[in-house]
Ligand binder design. Structure first.
Ligand code: MRU
Length: 356
């Protein structure tokens, strides 16, 4: 198998708790530089989520949980109620950063529930919350590996996969979702070729997906977003696999802007369109994708590439960061608890009922 790059180098870990601080890999600098940022309090974490130092739904979830752990550690409160007030304040700041990925509020709410259920010494609670955030990081890797083991069975030796944005180790704590499936298939001896769309405006595909696959010697071809239809029409793509930021109760999928267009293209060409995500990405409170909030980012991200402006300064630009793929375009949703098939309303309901 031709890897075309260095082999078996580890993808750097995105988030680490270290001695009362949180260390984040600065993904804005990849692949050119491996730089780490240290956060001491929840406000610093919030800033890093907003400016996408850390990005990807599962990764920002764990970053949010670690932000709550930092809030507990830095709080001067000596009684339970005061500490809870500080945690609620931090939670508000953290949740206000990026609205689309449910993993962020899911992780923060899990931390707050842990704190609410606790009665006792605040020092013990501080330690508990730090442990809980670290446990969530480990659980993320476990969930990714479990869904990858299930998902890789859908891939055949010799398959070529088209993916979008970065749903890999860099979007999670490790292993990844869509790219985790590719990783698992390759580890089991299947020859898989990945087509990575560059993913304008912030180029997570060209900067991050190609970087992490090349590190492991997994063959990858970078294409412009506009080349996806050409590749499908030429028979170069056998399956599409993407991640998700939020999945509604009916199976509609919010993911990086441009995912919807790929799903339409896949349907036109008769290519399976798979979504890979941990169950924490499912939001049963949203009946359909229509009520998923879509993050609107700075229009300057559209007018420039890598900080260099390429459009007239005064031109109006619009920058929705995500779109919603209707569930009827989705072939299956691959989670750590099982592969969900249509009708999704039914399969999602059953899965969540089983989880309770
Ligand atoms: O804006 P980003 O880079 O945070 O968007 C990331 C994506 O859209 C991913 O596909 C999604 O979070 C799933 S990551 C496992």
């Amino acid at each position: 198998m031709d890897g075309g790059g260095e082999r078996n180098l580890e993808v750097p870990r995105t988030i680490r708790w270290s001695d009362g601080k949180v260390i984040l890999l600065d993904q804005r600098k990849l692949p050119l530089k491996e730089v780490y940022i240290t956060c001491h309090d929840p406000r610093q974490i919030a800033k890093r989520i907003r400016n996408m130092t850390v990005r990807g739904a599962p990764a920002i979830g764990v970053a949010g949980a670690m932000g709550i752990a930092l809030a507990a550690l830095r709080s001067r409160a000596s009684d339970y109620e005061d500490l809870m007030d500080d945690l609620r304040r931090a939670s508000k700041i953290l949740k206000a950063t990026r609205p689309t990925a449910i993993n962020l509020s899911w992780a923060i709410d899990r931390m707050l529930m842990k704190a609410k259920a606790f009665r006792g010494d605040v020092e013990v609670l501080r330690r508990l919350l730090i442990q809980e955030a670290q446990r969530m990081a480990e659980e993320d890797i476990e969930a990714n590996k479990a869904l990858s083991d299930l998902g890789e069975e859908l891939l055949e030796d010799g398959d070529s996969i088209l993916t979008y944005c970065n749903a890999g180790a860099l979007a999670t704590i490790g292993w990844g979702t869509a790219l985790g499936i590719v990783r698992s298939a390759v580890r089991r001896g299947k020859r898989i070729h990945v087509y990575a769309c560059e993913t304008r405006p912030l180029l997570q595909g060209s900067r991050l997906t190609t970087y992490e696959l090349s590190l492991e010697g997994i063959p990858v071809t970078l294409i412009t977003d506009n080349a996806a239809a050409y590749c499908m029409n030429r028979g170069l793509v056998k399956k599409v696999i993407v991640g998700a930021d939020r999945i509604a109760a009916n199976g509609d999928v919010a993911n990086k802007i441009g995912t919807y267009a790929l799903a339409i293209l896949a349907r036109h060409h008769g290519i399976p369109f798979y979504v890979a995500a941990p169950t924490s990405t499912i939001d049963p409170s949203k009946p359909s994708g229509a009520s998923i909030p879509i993050e609107m980012r700075d229009p300057n991200e559209v007018k420039s590439i890598g900080g260099r402006r390429l459009a007239p300064e005064t031109v109006e630009a619009m920058n929705p960061a995500f779109d919603v793929t209707p569930s009827e375009l989705v072939t299956a949703i691959i989670t750590e608890k099982g592969i969900l098939w249509p009708p999704f309303q039914e399969s999602i309901r059953k899965l969540l009922k089983h989880q309770l």
